[in-house]
Ligand binder design. Sequence first.
Ligand SMILES: NC(=O)C1=CN([C@@H]2O[C@H](COP(=O)(O)OP(=O)(O)OC[C@H]3O[C@@H](n4cnc5c(N)ncnc54)[C@H](OP(=O)(O)O)[C@@H]3O)[C@@H](O)[C@H]2O)C=CC1
Ligand SMILES: O=C(O)C1=N[C@H](C(=O)O)C[C@H](O)C1
Length: 234
Amino acid sequence: MKIALLGYGKMGKTIEQIAINRGHEIVLTIDKNDSDYDISQADVAIDFSIPTVAFNNISKCLNNNVPVISGTTGWLDHYDEAVALCKEKNGAFIYASNYSLGVNIFFELNKTLAKMMSTLKQYNISMEEIHHTQKLDAPSGTAISLAEDVIAQNANYKGWKLDEGDETTIPIVAKRIEDVPGTHTVAYDSEVDTINIEHIAHNRQGFALGAVVAAEWIIGKAGVFTMNDVLNIG
Ligand SMILES: NC(=O)C1=CN([C@@H]2O[C@H](COP(=O)(O)OP(=O)(O)OC[C@H]3O[C@@H](n4cnc5c(N)ncnc54)[C@H](OP(=O)(O)O)[C@@H]3O)[C@@H](O)[C@H]2O)C=CC1
Ligand SMILES: O=C(O)C1=N[C@H](C(=O)O)C[C@H](O)C1
């Protein structure tokens, strides 16, 4: 498979190693100074860039009939436009806030726990995410997915907010500590106890492998998909 890497930073470079080990070829790597690139030589594109350019990268792929896997977070105000463009072009597109198998299992655990807790008003929920100090967005895309999944299961919660919450708003605390690849905790506190579920990434390999598996999976398909489709879970 011929892969274009849109964004060649920490994730782009980790994906490159895994893709080559799985027998794929990297035909294009794009960083910020190369905005006028030819994507048409690629069988699939993998975008791990920055929030302000992700939608342009995705649009370029869809306009050139190249399936695109996006892991960039912090651009979701344009997600519906990407979905509409994908449908208009009969293209193929996946966005996931987190491509690791472990986090996708954690997402399912979070939904199940949220459903169980939805009738137990004595528990207050809070979330925390910890990432490295270069991260541009807060809260993380994964934390937003976790919060939205709780809101879908528990009618008591209507939204989420960075740092502060109230009875109907889930607080998400974002901490930045050097070299942390990504830690997410969902906590339910009552007067008598606390229930925590937590995912700790030890490195970026899990995110990168998931993105390459998604790229292998999407070839020959048309539509807007999620990691639940790729992993056949949920
Ligand atoms: N979904 C998931 O599983 C995961 C998602 N992420 C997300 O992926 C994104 C990238 O993360 P990470 O690799 O750690 O970040 P990095 O900052 O290490 O890499 C981003 C790269 O994008 C480059 N870039 C800037 N402008 C453009 C452009 N116009 N086109 C293409 N590339 C450009 C940057 O170049 P320069 O440095 O020169 O600006 C940089 O090399 C983030 O949004 C992060 O949140 C991260 C891990 C897992
Ligand atoms: O920026 C990162 O590094 C990560 N970003 C993603 C997010 O925002 O959830 C996924 C992972 O936690 C690493």
